[in-house]
Design a protein around this ligand. Structure first.
Ligand code: AMP
Length: 284
């Protein structure tokens, strides 16, 4: 039977029991509204640890004032039964007050500007402070051996990896591959905001990234012009705007040097008010 833990105290005593029994703990942080992408993280955590804790918490600190915090889909009953089915051992589902008892003005964890001031961070000021702060808090509460995140949020993973290294947190981060729909669209809770006609356009973002990937694999190093063509392509496919399509070094997130062999093609584009993210790792 899966434990449903709402308070930090209940979580800590569960964790302590498992620790005393010598068990390892894998952790999967989520904002709920679970889909096959999240569940792949749960499976990965199960394979790599004795006990799996999943958190479900829509974190107000990582949403901007004009973002979708209020309308973000909350489906806790369905999430619980999926987690039960995928054999999570506990779900940690604190209230906002339990996570931020002193309100949201509190100590912040801030990753380096060179990683948080670009891409998502440039479009969503303060977003990564919210992410690093809540994940650092969750890590202190759960004290896991490993934590599993999705490649889908590529920059988020890079930022969190940097945080873990910089603050010497004794936790191994695992990056799990992107789970996609049959037509190639990266699964996301925000996909349900899409209208029927937008749903037909959405997978074209991945198609555009794949054509950049193919060009790179066949020797083209003119990243800027490849990205410009991809932007034009997705606009003509029907996207309303493109925030960015870029090729970067997959670790530093800086523009790639000529000899870099591990790249990432990252993209964010809008269909109506819905922002879609996608990326492809390119190892040469
Ligand atoms: P979220 O609930 O959107 O904050 O996501 C929680 C975790 O699930 C993050 O580590 C995401 O990167 C990961 N995730 C979301 N969508 C996918 C997907 N399609 N494939 C793999 N992981 C995903």
């Amino acid at each position: 039977m899966m434990d449903v833990l709402e308070s930090v105290d209940a979580l800590r005593s569960k964790v302590q029991k498992w620790r005393e029994a010598g068990l390892t703990i894998g952790f999967v942080p989520t904002m709920g509204n679970l889909h096959a992408g999240h569940l792949s993280l749960v499976e990965e955590a199960r394979q790599k640890s004795d006990k799996v804790i999943v958190s479900v918490f829509v974190n107000p600190l990582q949403f901007g004032p004009n973002e979708d915090f209020d309308r973000y889909p909350r489906t806790f009953e369905a999430d619980k039964s999926l987690l039960q089915q995928y054999q999570a051992d506990a779900v940690f589902c604190p209230s906002v007050n339990e996570m931020y008892p002193h309100g949201q003005t509190q100590t912040l964890v801030t990753a380096p500007e060179r990683m948080t001031g670009i891409l998502e961070g440039e479009k969503r000021p303060g977003h990564f402070d919210g992410v690093t702060t809540v994940v650092a808090k969750l890590f202190n509460m759960v004290q896991p051996d490993i934590a599993v995140f999705g490649q889908k949020d590529f920059q988020q993973f890079a930022v969190l990896q940097q945080m873990v290294e910089d603050l010497a947190m004794p936790i191994t981060l695992i990056r799990a591959p992107i789970v996609r729909s049959e037509v190639g669209l990266a699964l996301s809770s925000r996909n349900q905001y899409l209208t029927e006609s937008q749903r037909l356009i959405a997978p074209k973002l991945f198609v555009a990234l794949q054509s950049i990937e193919m060009a790179i694999q066949s020797g083209n190093r003119n990243y800027e012009s490849l990205c410009q063509s991809a932007v034009q392509q997705v606009i003509s496919d029907g996207f309303d705007s493109v925030d960015y399509i870029q090729v970067l070094n997959s670790v530093s997130l800086e523009p790639p040097g000529v000899d870099d062999r591990s790249l990432v093609i990252v993209a964010a584009a809008k269909l109506g008010n819905t922002r879609l993210l996608d990326n492809i790792l390119v190892i040469m």
